[in-house]
Write a protein that binds this ligand. Structure first.
Ligand SMILES: C[S@@+](CC[C@H](N)C(=O)[O-])C[C@H]1O[C@@H](n2cnc3c(N)ncnc32)[C@H](O)[C@@H]1O
Length: 371
């Protein structure tokens, strides 16, 4: 999908800077009114959505709760966990397929392709993985370090987008809203706060199978985009897909590295994007990635982080049981929700810290390296 196509929202009216949240409840709740043009083949219709904040700083099921302890005790019993995991996986796949996301077909297409030959050109065999990355994750015993996880990643991404915007008429429309608002928030922030205003070099930390990198490359076609990830399998899929897509003036570069310590030169990017990565990381990794982004950006450069919003009304109203079960396949979800992202970014030295809900579930945080 071409993201450079229809302007989705007028975000300038939505942008607001947040103060530091310290209490567990807050008023008044904020609403983000968003008008988006949903283009179909023949018509363009206007829709209005409200992306609403709840009254709390974070959902009350965050952190250590009796329910969490109970679920942890139950799933530490391996045979039960295996059954739960299998059931959860089946529900995930069948829900995706009911939503017209051809999960099994997409996976098969990758697994039966020649994607495997990309691994040698991508993998940095001397890379030392951070401990947290070696845990079972998303119900894959080897976390993101498998071909199956890599082959299923794009379908899983589409499912996440669909879940975020259930009112959209299709996955494509949900994608246009979610990715469009995120990109517009970045563009608006950079235009408003960077005196250089051009974006020549973009780093996409945690690029997975390259979906976010491709959106960034489509939105900023004159920029050189680098996608960086810890999984050489995901990067192999990214490279495989990119080779089969439209040729770009600036081909996307893929790097197998740790976003906490990339080894890339200081002050070499105008934009560092980190999309849907931090809810998968412990706080120490989040802090390291933010510091690394500060080092990598030129003065006036923009960091853009998008991920689950602890302030989202929808997430605050999620059933505690559902969330607690989610925690069993997302081991760092709690740490992410407990991390004050605005403060983390400020402590790293960024200014103009701005957080807005860019869809009902997700926040996009943007900030600038002082000039
Ligand atoms: C949900 S995916 C990101 C999706 C993608 N950015 C998008 O918007 O479609 C999270 C990614 O973060 C990567 N990741 C986690 N920790 C990382 C780190 N320290 N350095 C680089 N990548 C990391 C994982 O391998 C995974 O591919």
């Amino acid at each position: 999908m071409a993201l450079s196509s229809p302007p989705l929202h007028n975000l300038s009216s939505l942008i607001s800077s947040h103060g530091v949240a310290t209490a567990t409840s807050r008023t008044p709740a904020r609403r983000y009114l968003a008008v988006h043009a949903a283009a179909s083949d023949t018509t363009t219709s206007l829709k209005v959505s409200t992306f609403e904040e709840g009254n709390l700083v974070r959902p009350k099921w965050t952190g250590e709760t009796p329910l969490s302890r109970l679920v942890r005790a139950l799933i530490s019993f391996k045979p039960l966990y295996s059954i739960l995991k299998l059931g959860a996986r089946q529900v995930l796949i069948s829900t995706a397929e009911k939503n017209n996301i051809p999960w099994r077909e997409m996976t098969k297409e990758i697994l039966e392709s020649d994607v495997y030959k990309e691994l040698d050109t991508i993998q940095n065999k001397s890379l030392v993985y951070p401990d947290y990355y070696l845990n079972p994750f998303h119900a894959y015993d080897e976390g993101n370090l498998t071909w199956l996880a890599a082959a299923e990643a794009e379908a899983a991404t589409k499912s996440m987008v669909r879940r975020a915007i259930p009112t959209a008429s299709s996955v494509d429309e949900a994608t246009q809203i979610l990715r469009g608002n995120w990109l517009n928030a970045i563009e608006q922030h950079h235009l408003q706060h960077s005196q250089t205003s051009t974006i020549d070099d973009i780093l996409d930390i945690g690029c997975s199978v390259g979906v976010s990198s491709r959106y960034l490359a489509d939105k900023f076609p004159t920029a050189k985009v680098t996608g960086l990830d810890l999984s050489p399998y995901f990067l192999s899929v990214a490279q495989h897909k990119e080779k089969r897509g439209t040729t770009r003036k600036n081909p996307i570069k893929w790097i197998h590295a740790n976003g906490e310590d990339t080894g890339l030169p200081s002050k070499s990017f105008d934009l560092v994007s980190i999309a849907y990565v931090f809810h998968e990381c412990p706080t120490r990794a989040i802090v390291n990635v933010v510091k690394e982004a500060f080092r990598l950006l030129r003065p006036g450069g923009t960091i853009a982080m998008t991920d689950n919003s602890p302030k989202s009304k929808v997430l605050q109203e999620l059933s505690p049981v559902l969330f607690t079960l989610m925690k069993s396949t997302e081991p760092f979800l709690d740490e992410y929700y407990l991390t004050d992202m605005d403060e983390t970014v400020r402590e790293a030295g960024f200014v103009n810290v701005t957080s807005i809900l860019t869809d009902p579930r997700h926040v996009t945080l943007t900030a600038t390296v002082p000039q």
